[in-house]
Ligand binder design. Structure first.
Ligand SMILES: O=C(O)CCC(=O)C(=O)O
Length: 332
């Protein structure tokens, strides 16, 4: 996810009339960390994230999760809840076997991708930009693209869409495009992220004529996530509120502190589904275990309406970009 962080943006790019163009680069979201400026910006983002955790976010509850049987029997109702809340959990989106096979594949692919980058392949051809990634070329948190042509990835997507169809069909329809197919790997020591949204809210004052159907990102755990491995934290119902794009940092903090917060608590194969506009962040991994999430992002709208880099949900290999619809993974 090449993130656009309104919270950092508005703090650094507000104009005299109070509007920040939501297009500036995000100091917290980097690909490979080149140069002193990027390193300093990354450190500042990490400090901001710690402050958010200590001062602004209190009383974190669990992400509400619908039992699998409710998802199958009442998919349209759950879809409405997700539209309203901006995030929801569903258990058992992948079987344990599929999750284990995919995890082994991601681990292997990561080693290969790192070796290829070290041998000269462009970092951006294998990895996406990620907020608060830690030090070094690869950092401690990576966004590693996953190829659909690899059997474990195709198998996982097939199983996921078959199992979650009762929810996803009313939510985005079977013609929905897969905008992202990737994985998040957070190693021991991965820092907490700044609170961010992956895509901006449209229309907004800067783009009054633009509109986009919601993009839903599905984070699927490939192992049980213990508390110290870092859950994903969400601020529900923040996905339609775009005042944050255009206000001062102090006002952003007041807003964040006023919101309720929930965290994902996923077990192997469980999914957290969220609207890409909802404010969220990955928490720090203080354990000695690697956390891996497989993820995809789907939307009824096939193309982002603004040019060049404004779309934050674009973690996908070029070969798979705009290539897949949800129905491609379903039997009939
Ligand atoms: O690590 C996580 O749980 C969330 C990561 C995330 O939100 C991001 O990189 O955009």
């Amino acid at each position: 996810m090449q993130l656009i962080t309104p919270l950092v943006l508005a703090a650094t790019a507000a104009t005299s009339h109070g509007l920040a163009a939501p297009v500036a680069s995000n100091p917290g979201a980097t690909t490979s960390q080149g140069g002193l400026f990027a390193a300093v910006a990354a450190k500042n983002a990490e400090m901001l994230a710690v402050k958010e955790g200590k001062k602004l976010i209190k009383d974190v509850k669990k992400l509400p999760a619908a039992p699998f049987s409710m998802m199958t029997e009442k998919g349209p109702t759950l879809a409405k809840l997700l539209e309203r809340e901006g995030c929801v959990g569903v258990p058992e989106a992948l079987t344990l076997e599929t999750a284990a096979t995919l995890r082994a594949f991601v681990e292997e692919r990561r080693d290969v991708a790192m070796a290829e980058v070290e041998a000269g392949a462009p970092f951006e051809s294998r990895f996406g930009g990620v907020n608060c990634r830690g030090k070094g070329v690869f950092g401690t948190r990576q966004d590693l693209y996953q190829p659909v042509d690899a059997e474990p990835v195709k198998q996982a997507l097939t199983e996921f869409f078959e199992r979650l169809r009762p929810l996803l069909e009313p939510l985005v329809g079977l013609d929905a495009t897969l905008h992202e197919i990737s994985s998040l790997v957070a190693d021991p020591g991965a820092p907490r992220q700044c609170i961010h949204a992956d895509t901006i809210v449209l229309p907004c004052p800067q783009y009054p004529a633009a509109s986009m159907e919601p993009l839903y990102t599905c984070f699927i755990a490939l192992q049980d996530v213990d508390d110290d491995m870092g859950h994903t934290l969400f601020l529900p119902q923040t996905h339609t509120d775009h005042t944050l794009w255009n206000v001062r940092r102090q006002d952003q903090e007041t807003y964040i502190a006023s919101r309720k917060a929930v965290e994902s608590n996923l077990k192997t194969g469980d999914v957290a589904i969220f609207d890409s506009r909802v404010l969220h962040c990955g928490l720090g991994n203080t354990s000695n275990k690697r956390r891996i999430l497989f993820y995809c992002t789907v939307s009824a709208q096939h193309a982002w309406p603004l040019p060049d880099g404004l779309h934050g949900s674009n973690s996908v290999l070029p070969a798979d970009r705009a290539r897949w619809r949800v129905r491609d993974f379903l039997a009939e």
